[in-house]
Design a protein around this ligand. Sequence first.
Ligand SMILES: NC(=O)c1ccc[n+]([C@@H]2O[C@H](COP(=O)([O-])OP(=O)(O)OC[C@H]3O[C@@H](n4cnc5c(N)ncnc54)[C@H](OP(=O)(O)O)[C@@H]3O)[C@@H](O)[C@H]2O)c1
Length: 248
Amino acid sequence: MDFTGKHVIVTGASSGIGEATARTLAARGAAVTLIARRAERLVALAAELGGKTRWFAADVGDGEAQCGALEQAVAEGGAVDGLFLNAGTGGSFAPVESYGEAAFEQVLNVNLMAPYRAIAQLLPAMKARGRGAILVTGSLASERGMANNAAYVASKHGVLGLARAVALEAAPHGVRCNCIVPGFIETEMFAALPSDALAQIAARVPQGRTGSAQELAEAATFLLSDAASHVTGQSLAVDGGVLGTLSV
Ligand SMILES: NC(=O)c1ccc[n+]([C@@H]2O[C@H](COP(=O)([O-])OP(=O)(O)OC[C@H]3O[C@@H](n4cnc5c(N)ncnc54)[C@H](OP(=O)(O)O)[C@@H]3O)[C@@H](O)[C@H]2O)c1
């Protein structure tokens, strides 16, 4: 998994899974472009990762802002070898009938429309080069329902479907597209869940524990690398066994 000479864009790079993956990619030689909203986090990470790292502060839910950041990333960092569309929001918890249309749309906009827009923008150049790897971040909610979080579940089902559809369109052109499915991973998003739920969740994972951002980063780096050259249209769960088991 040598990324020397490769340019990889990571959205949601200011914390958690995106940050860990950016570190892992940079350690393996990639020139990494970091995108998220919190500029101060990106500045610090870029300084730590060194000269080949670029950063752009943008809200990926703002189509123009994301488009501009991606344009600049290509202008400064060159053709894109890897595109990790990982930025995501958990949305709020409410029954579907009171969730609210604006709140529902906001979650879909960040979790589904932003990856769609980024792929529509960058896939043509990847196809023309005949190479490239796209990875989107799904969730257990890409594969299962969850009460009181309908927007997140719909968006994460959607992004898995997007990855599968793009994989088919891109495969004849040498471009791969996959979905990584985090289980319960210790990041800021996970810590935002109600505290009494966290210990209960960990106990119900077959491995008996939650996962780390680094455990996600290793699998994401594999899927973005040439080591995964025959892997496309797949969802890979990094979840300690949750999706593989029957729980009643
Ligand atoms: N942790 C888990 O257990 C878990 C489980 C399933 C799926 N996931 C998925 O994993 C991905 C990463 O989440 P995480 O767990 O690493 O949580 P995290 O530490 O909270 O990271 C979320 C990242 O997304 C960025 N982001 C959120 N909204 C954004 C926006 N509108 N524009 C640009 N960037 C935005 C955040 O940066 P800024 O705030 O700086 O913008 C941050 O870098 C998400 O797609 C999430 O749905 C996580």
